[in-house]
Design a binder for this molecule. Structure first.
Ligand code: ZN
Length: 522
């Protein structure tokens, strides 16, 4: 990340092969004039240069490159993303034997905690979940925490389980084998408890490094604003130190977790709280878990586990109470709802709310829920890359319900869609995410694509939801997500035109520069 190459208060003329100011339908300019961190003109080169001369502006000729509004990912987990950038990536591991090999190499002769993320037993040859005994074989007495790809299940080594005293702490969220012995696996609130204890062992400078690593990683892909879906007062404090010192390069919007938000409510702190590039805008709630861990709350049993319907983590009363508290103080709620039964609770909880709230994921939505969802006026924050990662999803819900899964085009007719990655659950790379929205895993042979034909988005639509749609989810659609005059000068410079290239080339789009408020940050 370079220092500020542009001072935002000065006027600039920006010339490029093409400047997209809007995507639905696409609006194109030849040049921009920015002044005081905002776009003041978008239009022809000639006129931009003339205005520029009168303002004594500096001319920035970006040559053959293409300028788009900065992308906005409204749902990431910043500290977890930073942690995952600094830990073992287990996404490609295809067997428990390979997992042990990766762990053995990582353990080496070192000491201290080992952290890994991304394993998925669905990929494992052995066809079972790994256990703490597998991990112990590879790492011995070192404490290790390995979070499943979905973030709703984690595996601990015996040493880690003992140091965190986790079996006692998490009760029935600890998975036991048929003889009643703890396997090292924990789910849902159990994962939360493990992570809280883990983070307590991470010092402040390391936390700040993780946060900045995460922000830098996002910037490299053309992202200019991030929404953090559920975080602590400690992360708020670390980010606000960075923001007030001018060292937070992107705009960051925080949704606090329930515990942190309760403190904000207790103290009656009106929102949004703003420090430089940072804003506290709401609270994140969970109505259920994930399809991967079979904790997403469904109205009918799982196809591949007929006794289970998932876990309800918040009911309509809780959603309604938080929505009311948030509205009174000027905040939003963002509710995680993956299963259709969880969505029933959210719809009932948000009915009658006046403010604009968000529903996260919307993975399984029945036909009869669409109208009710539409009446709420919510933003639907969806993650197209789930289609690729959850390639087994038809097995979970069966053929009849498959039609209801990740039905983005249908949803777009009822709610304002916003695209996000949920990083580090999915790669933070928006171009991979857009590719998934456009192709729905058809070339990768993902079964769901056959059941949900017609739910593909176009590239222009995907970019619209990654800019305007995401700005809408953050309640900032009047100033972010477009390069029309009056909008903040947040933009990305690309090596090619995403609306011109073939589908496969979408994943090869390179970002040559990123500007936030007219200041170059990459
Ligand atoms: Zn999330």
């Amino acid at each position: 990340m370079v220092g500020s190459l542009l001072a935002s208060s000065k006027p600039y003329v920006i010339l490029a092969r093409r400047v997209y100011t809007w995507f639905s339908p696409p609006e194109v300019a030849e040049a921009l004039v920015t002044y005081g961190g905002r776009v003041v003109y978008a239009g022809s080169r000639e006129r931009a240069l003339r205005v520029g001369r009168e303002l004594d502006a500096e001319v920035l000729d970006l040559g053959d490159s293409v300028v788009i509004p900065g992308l906005i990912d409204p749902h990431v987990h910043l500290e977890s993303l930073g942690l995952s950038l600094n830990s073992l990536d287990l996404r490609e591991v295809s067997s428990i034997e390979e997992l042990k090999e990766v762990l053995r190499r990582a353990a080496g002769s070192g000491t201290g905690w080992i952290f890994g993320r991304g394993w998925d037993q669905e990929r494992f040859k052995e066809g079972r979940c790994p256990t703490r005994w597998d991990v112990d074989e590879a790492v011995g007495r070192r404490p290790a925490v390995l979070v499943r790809v979905c973030g709703h299940m984690a595996l601990l080594s015996t040493a880690a389980a003992e140091e965190l005293d986790i079996e006692r702490r998490v009760g029935d969220r600890a998975i036991r084998d048929s003889s009643g012995t703890f396997t090292g696996l924990v789910v849902e609130e159990g994962v939360g408890e493990v992570m809280r204890e883990f983070w307590r062992r991470v010092d402040d400078p390391t936390l700040s490094k993780y946060l900045l690593d995460a922000v830098s990683a996002a910037a490299r892909y053309g992202i200019t604003t991030l929404g953090v879906a559920g975080t602590s007062l400690r992360v708020l404090s670390a980010l606000s130190k960075l923001a007030s010192g001018g060292s937070l390069p992107l705009r960051v919007r925080l949704y606090l977790d329930r515990e942190a938000f309760d403190k904000v409510v207790e103290a009656s702190l009106a929102g949004p709280i703003e420090v430089g590039n940072l804003r506290v805008v709401g609270v994140k709630l969970f109505a259920d878990g994930s399809l991967g861990a079979r904790t997403a709350y469904l109205s009918e049993p799982y196809e591949d586990e007929p006794g289970a319907r998932g876990v309800k983590l918040a009911d309509r009363e809780v959603v309604a109470r938080y929505a009311r508290l948030a509205e009174e103080l000027g905040y939003q709620v963002a509710v995680h709802a993956i299963g259709d039964a969880a969505l029933d609770e959210v719809i009932a909880g948000l009915a009658g709310c006046r403010g604009r709230h968000r529903v996260e994921h919307l993975s399984v939505v029945r036909d009869d829920q669409l109208e009710a969802l539409g009446k709420l006026g919510v933003a639907g924050v969806v993650q197209p890359h789930f289609i690729v990662t959850d390639w087994w999803v038809v097995r979970r819900v069966g053929a009849r319900r498959a039609r209801w899964v990740y039905r983005f085009r249908t949803l777009s007719r009822y709610v304002q869609l916003a695209l996000s990655t949920d990083a580090p659950v999915e790669p933070v790379d928006p171009w991979e995410n857009i590719y998934a929205a456009v192709t729905r895993g058809a070339s990768e042979g993902v079964e769901l694509s056959r059941y949900t034909k017609g739910e593909e988005l176009t590239v222009a639509e995907a970019l619209h939801y990654y800019t305007y749609g995401s700005a809408y989810a953050l309640r900032e659609e009047g100033r972010l997500g477009s390069l029309r005059p009056g909008y903040l000068a947040d933009f990305a410079v690309l090596d090619r035109d995403p609306l011109e290239v073939g589908v496969d080339e979408l994943r090869r789009v390179r970002v040559l520069g990123v500007y936030v408020g007219g200041v170059r940050v990459l």
